[in-house]
Design a protein around this ligand. Structure first.
Ligand code: HEM
Length: 505
């Protein structure tokens, strides 16, 4: 971030107007001294990839990590990044880290550290939240197919252009609303899932965390306790939590006051599951405030990741229109007994769509280094490398050359490769979108792989099948081929400048 941007942040700090000019001058000098702060490159005893890699790491980590793979193959290497040296392990070490428990090698702590979770409030591990996702949500997924489809249809009717003619649509913005509302149907229930303020609050929080964390990283660690008050996003985070509580309160009070009839089935949504889990676990610290925080954290983990996977898939479909007819035909075929109304078994039967989603994610994963862990204890690897306690490591998980030979041409986009692999009766339950494996770590790997992946798989299928059944899609004429992804460090983003044209069928 430029010095001028930091100053702009300072100017927006409300109290600065009445702070003495001398104090402001001191603050300006401190900003000047520390705005270019970067962690000193105190590296590890492994080869370093390119001494001048810092900017390349920010803008093209995919290319850089590929170079690392070609140069070092099965050797651990480090990259000098703006946050200091980072260790990249060849994929095979994921197998060695897998047996470690989360209090020994933690994915959550790695993520929290990356986003300065202590300040951005995401350093918050909760058994209530993990249990509600891993157990309750996954157990009840089938219940919600109709409800989610209803929310998706409602969103398209109320928030989407009519598309009688070819109409350009900003997928980033529109899908944020659709995914947020469809997810909120299960997280906070109806009618809260249509509350505009709630949807805005629960989706903006993630952006504040990401941007606020990045801005705060530019400050020297000693100054961060003060600098957090200068950065608008960091100041907003506190407000986001309070606003979430205020917005949820009427619903929580309503539920607390209601007596359900004995023959009434229990409510099924994340609010209910979290409350029940907290009771079961005897979690004394769980109150309405904590519930609101956990809702925000769940939305943060769920919404942007799912939206991005859908955008990538739509870019892949628009770039390869030959897939539209077979995908549409599959949707029509599996739902023909219910006149096009989706039921849970239909989602399992959509094997071509599942394969297409997995192939899209293979080419456009959420990150090119998905398996990241913070060593909470010292860990020794089989090659003698010692990971000191407190160190974050990640695996170089997006090297297409490592694709198993049986999967076919590794670099090609083959939307139905997993569909064909599953035709082998022994493999019929393998190679699914929501099945992480050693060769497919887009959702992570092992016990702590993404617990929301089954839910995400359903949400993506419901939304894509709605689009394919109701619209034709294509790129604007100016777009040639599949738009190249953008990188921010190891994170893979879909080009936000591209518009997809929609036309109602
Ligand atoms: C396409 C959508 C999604 C993608 C690509 C994705 C990806 C990931 C990845 C790569 C991890 C790290 C796993 C590891 O390090 O082994 C993760 C963790 C996690 N995800 Fe997802 N995710 C998605 C959707 C969701 C949804 C919908 C939810 C919630 C309903 C969710 C909740 C979580 C949580 C709570 C964790 C931390 C798990 C733990 O520490 O045990 N994710 N996700």
């Amino acid at each position: 971030m430029a010095f001028s941007e930091l100053l702009a942040d300072m100017e927006s700090f409300p109290t600065l107007a009445w702070v003495s000019p001398a104090l402001t001058a001191v603050a300006v000098i401190l900003v000047a001294l520390f705005s270019s702060y970067r962690k000193s490159p105190k590296g590890f005893n492994v080869p370093t990839l390119g001494e001048d890699s810092q900017m390349r790491y920010v803008q093209e980590a995919d290319v850089l990590l590929r170079e690392g793979y070609e140069k070092f193959k099965n050797t651990i290497f480090q990259v000098l990044t703006p946050d200091g040296p980072r260790l990249f392990l060849p994929r095979k070490f994921a197998n060695e880290l897998k047996p470690f428990k989360r209090h020994e090698a933690s994915g959550m702590k790695a993520l929290a550290d990356r986003h300065l979770g202590h300040y951005t409030t995401i350093d918050h591990e909760s058994d209530v939240m993990l249990g509600a996702i891993k157990i309750d949500l996954n157990r009840n997924l089938g219940l919600f197919v109709g409800d989610v489809e209803q929310e998706v249809a409602h969103c398209f009717k109320t928030k989407f252009p009519s598309c009688e003619e070819w109409t350009p649509v900003d997928l980033h913005e529109t899908l944020l609303r659709i995914v947020a509302q469809a997810s909120a149907r299960i997280f906070v229930g109806y009618p809260m899932c249509r509350n505009d303020e709630w949807l805005e609050c629960s989706t903006k929080f993630a952006l504040d965390v990401m941007t606020g964390g990045e801005k705060l990283k530019l400050w020297h660690p000693w100054l961060r306790p003060f600098a957090q008050y200068w950065i608008p996003e960091m100041r907003r985070i506190r407000g986001d939590h309070q606003r979430a509580l205020d917005l949820l309160m009427p619903e929580l009070k309503k539920r607390a006051a209601e007596t359900r009839q004995p023959d009434e089935p229990p409510r099924q949504d994340m609010i209910q599951w979290m409350q029940q889990r907290a009771q079961k676990l005897g979690d004394k610290s769980f109150d309405y405030k904590e519930l609101a925080n956990l809702q925000m954290l769940t939305a943060t983990a769920a919404i942007h990741t799912t939206r991005l996977a859908i955008i990538h898939a739509l870019y892949d479909i628009a770039a390869r229109p030959e897939y539209i007819a077979p995908l549409r035909e599959e949707i029509r075929e599996v739902t023909k007994d219910t006149n096009g109304i989706l039921q849970k078994q239909h989602l399992t039967q959509m094997r071509k769509l599942d394969s297409f989603m997995k192939e899209s994610q293979r080419h456009s994963p959420p990150s090119v280094a998905t398996y990241q862990r913070k060593a909470m204890i010292p860990i020794d690897l089989s090659n003698g490398f010692h990971i000191p306690k407190g160190t974050i490591v990640q695996c170089n998980t997006n090297i297409l050359d490592e694709t198993p030979a049986a999967w076919g041409a590794p670099h090609e986009f083959d939307g139905f490769r997993f569909y064909r692999l599953r035709e082998n009766p022994e493999d019929t339950n393998r190679f699914q979108f929501a099945s992480p494996s050693y060769d497919s770590m887009q959702f992570g790997f092992g016990n702590d792989a993404c617990p929301g992946r089954f839910f995400a798989s359903n949400q993506i299928k419901i939304i894509l099948s709605y689009i394919l059944s109701n619209y034709d899609i294509k790129f604007e004429d100016s777009v040639k081929g599949r738009p190249k992804n953008f990188m921010f460090e190891v994170n893979v983003m879909a080009d936000p400048t591209v518009k997809v044209l929609f036309k109602k069928l």
